[in-house]
Design a protein around this ligand. Structure first.
Ligand code: GRF
Length: 189
């Protein structure tokens, strides 16, 4: 194995952040390698992206396990086999439990489409639109046992210049891809 940092990316759905990170690694913009894509929704679009990029996929159905502890033990054993050092959550729609948090202390990060602590949880963009904010944002933070509550690593504010939800989402996602990669670059250095 080369000495690039080995990353696992956890995602549940679309996987555009997954692809942004994987591409940055492939193009050597990041001194890292995506060793594993972990997905709790077998067949989600992120798994197609991973297969196209020739990245191994670990798919699992949480309901086939007795609970979080059991499926996280299974994930942990795969992460250890793949010598994963850092976990990036990218649209992973589950709270990470003690098994992974203890094994990867301060080594799990997440991206969230708001200026945390505003609008934690699901559909942050929808929450912000409903509230009528004039500034949207993106946050990259360490993951702890709270919902989107870990220590903030980086943030960006994005002014609202009008537009419907689809337009706002497109802008925010583009910023997400950029900030996730640039934050990882800083962390890896
Ligand atoms: C992103 O908005 C991310 O911030 C949030 O979930 C979404 C995932 O999008 N945690 P994608 O699957 O990476 O396209």
């Amino acid at each position: 194995m080369n000495n690039k940092k080995r990353i696992a990316i956890f995602a549940s759905g679309n996987g555009s952040n997954f692809e942004a990170i994987a591409e940055a690694c492939r193009q050597n913009r990041l001194d890292a390698q995506v060793a594993l894509c972990v997905c709790d929704h077998p067949g989600a679009y992120v798994t197609e992206r991973a297969k196209r990029l020739e990245i191994p996929v670990l798919e699992f159905k949480p309901k086939n396990y007795s609970g979080k502890e059991e499926y996280e033990r299974m994930i942990l054993s795969e992460l250890q086999k793949e010598e994963v050092e850092l976990i990036c959550l990218a649209g992973y729609m589950r709270i990470v439990g003690k098994t992974l948090l203890d094994a990867y202390k301060e080594k799990i990060i997440n991206i969230h489409p708001s200026l945390l602590p505003a609008f934690p949880g699901v559909d942050a963009i929808g929450q912000a639109l409903k509230y009528g904010v004039k500034v949207f944002g993106v946050t990259v933070h360490f993951v702890d046992e709270t919902l989107d509550g870990g220590k903030i690593i980086s943030q960006i504010a994005i002014p609202y210049e009008g537009g419907d939800r689809e337009e706002v989402e497109t802008i925010i996602h583009a910023w997400e891809h950029a900030i996730y990669v640039s934050t990882l670059k800083k962390l890896l250095n």
